[in-house]
Design a protein. Structure first.
Length: 168
């Protein structure tokens, strides 16, 4: 599956070679696809699945826009990790479990940011939920890319010390 995804993405890279490096293009392609899946699922969930003013899930009650966010996230989280680990940041020298823990921490931060921004945009600025989701996605994707590149999937640099003969 990974090789098929890379073939499809890399096929289009020559069109963007002068604009961005390959890793950035792969992140944009994978992230763009994952974001489209996330937004599509969010809109479908809020339109067809969570149509009541309050969504009751066991003892937890929430507004439809929050329930739709959680539903779309259940798909976009594992898909995003797969793309990040196996397609975009393949040169990371960190162990898989370290990446997973860091990715989880990043995701928790992104959930918090999603919750805060969606709630703010819908309940304070009175934007439509779909518009709020799109604006929130732009903010969170920027934060996520920088965090993944420099924290979750970073490449450890190995310093090589050489013994030099002191000059006399």
């Amino acid at each position: 599956m990974r090789s098929l995804i890379l073939k499809v993405i890399d096929f289009f890279y020559p069109l963007f070679r002068s604009v961005m490096p390959l890793q950035t293009f792969r992140y944009a392609a994978c992230g763009g696809f994952n974001t489209m899946v996330d937004i599509t699922l969010y809109i479908l969930a809020i339109t067809y699945l969570f149509t009541e003013p309050v969504v009751q899930m066991g003892p937890i009650a929430m507004k439809p826009h929050i329930a739709a966010f959680l539903a779309s996230f259940m798909v976009s989280f594992p898909l995003g990790f797969y793309f990040s680990r196996y397609v975009v940041f393949t040169e990371s020298t960190l162990r898989g479990r370290v990446q997973l823990v860091r990715y989880f921490v990043l995701v928790v931060a992104c959930i918090g940011l999603n919750y805060i921004f969606i709630k703010f945009f819908v309940e304070q600025l009175h934007l439509l939920p779909a518009v709020a989701k799109i604006l929130t996605t732009v903010i969170v994707v920027t934060f996520s890319y920088l965090s993944q590149k420099h924290f979750t999937f970073k490449v450890k640099t190995i310093k090589i010390h050489t013994l030099e003969k002191p000059e006399i």
